[in-house]
Design a protein around this ligand. Structure first.
Ligand code: SME
Length: 155
């Protein structure tokens, strides 16, 4: 396994392209989902300097906080609530360019301005979501959606 993350690319797309094989190398062969979520959260957070990067796992009919990097976060989110619960309910990635314009957004940090939530699938069910928050407006677009969906397929 690669012991150190090496990202030299300038553009967002270049960074994701360099990151993908490194995520693959780290998670392949490791069957523990929590360990993999912890490393993926770290790698994304370090590469892009997001405000908050982490996972919520589906447990007992709710989303429960999993491995993350960044400020303290809320522990449980119900289906259909907030951006995370919406992505889970819809079973699709939700990109929010301005969190203040998203009805029901759950503000874990007052610094968060934009957000993306990507469902993690296993055996035809959403088992977790990857949630990323940015301090800036409009951080996430189709490029993030495409690469983050590829990343969560790796484990
Ligand atoms: N903003 C999220 C809640 C989780 S925190 O951002 C870490 C939401 O609306 O679901």
């Amino acid at each position: 396994m690669a012991e150190e993350l090496t990202i030299s690319g300038g553009s967002k797309e270049e960074k994701y392209r360099e990151l993908l094989p490194q995520v693959k190398a780290v998670v392949e062969g490791e069957t523990d989902g929590i360990a993999n979520m912890a490393n993926v959260a770290s790698m994304l957070h370090e590469t892009f300097g997001f405000l908050w990067t982490g996972f919520y796992r589906v447990k007992d009919g709710e989303l429960v906080l999993g491995p993350y990097q960044g400020p303290l976060a809320c522990t449980r989110i119900k289906k259909g609530k907030g951006v995370c619960g919406t992505a889970w309910e819809r079973g699709e990635t939700v990109v929010v360019p301005d969190v203040d314009a998203f009805p029901g957004h759950i503000a874990c940090s007052s610094l968060s301005r934009s957000e993306i939530v990507v469902p993690v699938w296993q055996d035809g069910e959403v088992v977790a979501v990857l949630d990323i928050d940015s301090k800036d407006l409009g951080t996430f677009d189709e490029v993030d959606k495409q690469y983050l969906e590829e990343i969560v397929k790796l484990f």
